[in-house]
Design a binder for this molecule. Structure first.
Ligand SMILES: Nc1ncnc2c1ncn2[C@@H]1O[C@H](COP(=O)(O)OP(=O)(O)OP(=O)(O)O)[C@@H](O)[C@H]1O
Ligand SMILES: Cc1ncc(CO)c(N)n1
Length: 280
């Protein structure tokens, strides 16, 4: 059976809610073969980040080499890349001609900082310009556009600044932290704007929502799906994952990666899987 392939380059979460663990769960749920390069080992759980250890550049380089020299991913995403030197090293790999989703991770759901100021500068000058899609939340968009965002028109201004000054193909400003509903706004380089809205669930269990959302987009792009369709699937996936969260842990708990597959009539029916098998 032929499977599409996707790679995440990010930090870890031993409690399974965010980072690489959330990415691999998302890839798997979307029937994509997931691969992972670890940048930093993070001791964290639903209550916060408690310790961070960055892997050596040598280790990251060897992991990247082992993936790309053997199983070429059809799409790649980056999450927590804490240091500018790591970005330098990752740059040639994410510049390959496959979709690149960059989640500009800066701060964990718990409020803990995950990357240095210098790394944010590098993110803007190096990685964002070559990204297919970037997925900042409100705070991250404020840092990237260098302005505060308090209303819908600020979102448009910030997105246009990001597109013009930093140059990704598509910027999605996520509305998890803005407004009464959870509305996400996508702006493309060629002037298209689209929004997706779901109810905003009144819950603390949103640990790893950003990682999950961008990982589902990556999985769909790996299948060759159009960016806007990929975002629509990711939006439905995250809304159900939050709604049916398993209420785990003592703090901000993780989301439910099984909800979308169980509850939606997604395209990956058993029939389709079998048809793919026959085509092999
Ligand atoms: N309470 C909520 N109810 C419904 N959807 C939500 C809620 N919170 C976030 N979302 C959705 O989850 C996705 C991720 O957005 P969010 O703003 O939480 O990202 P983030 O802050 O980067 O996540 P993280 O906490 O992992 O860093 C978006 O599609 C957003 O609209
Ligand atoms: C490793 C990692 N990446 C991203 C986030 C953001 O949620 C997190 N908490 N941990």
């Amino acid at each position: 059976m032929k499977l599409h392939t996707a790679l995440t380059i990010a930090g870890t979460d031993p409690s399974g809610g965010a980072g690489i663990m959330a990415d691999l769960k998302s890839f798997q749920s979307r029937n994509v073969y997931g691969m992972a390069v670890v940048t930093s080992v993070v001791a964290q759980n639903t209550t916060g980040v408690h310790h961070v250890e960055h892997l050596s550049l040598e280790s990251i380089e060897k992991q990247l080499h082992d993936v790309y020299s053997d199983i070429m991913p059809q799409a790649v995403k980056t999450g927590m890349i804490a240091l500018p030197e790591m970005m330098d090293l990752i740059y040639p790999y994410v510049s390959k001609p496959i979709p690149y989703v960059m989640d500009p991770v800066m701060i964990a759901t718990s409020g803990d900082r995950l990357v240095s100021d210098e790394a944010v500068h590098f993110l803007k000058s190096k990685l964002i310009p070559i990204a297919t899609v970037i997925t900042p939340n409100r705070n991250e968009a404020e840092v990237l556009a260098d302005m505060s965002i308090t209303c819908e028109s600020d979102i448009t201004t910030a997105a246009n600044r990001i597109l013009q000054d930093l140059g990704p193909q598509v910027v999605i400003i996520k509305g998890g932290h803005i407004g009464e509903n959870a509305t996400d706004y996508a702006f493309t380089k060629d002037g298209n704007v689209r929004t997706w809205t779901s109810p905003k669930y009144d819950t603390v269990h949103t640990h790893g929502t950003g990682c999950t959302f961008s990982a589902v987009i990556t999985a769909e792009l790996a299948k060759g799906r159009d960016v806007m369709d990929a975002i629509g699937i990711a939006k439905d996936y995250i809304a159900l994952a939050i709604k049916y969260n398993p209420a785990l842990g003592n703090g901000c708990g993780p989301v439910n990666h099984m909800a979308y597959g169980l509850l939606s009539n997604g395209p990956e029916t058993m029939d389709e899987l079998l048809k793919n098998d026959e085509r092999r």
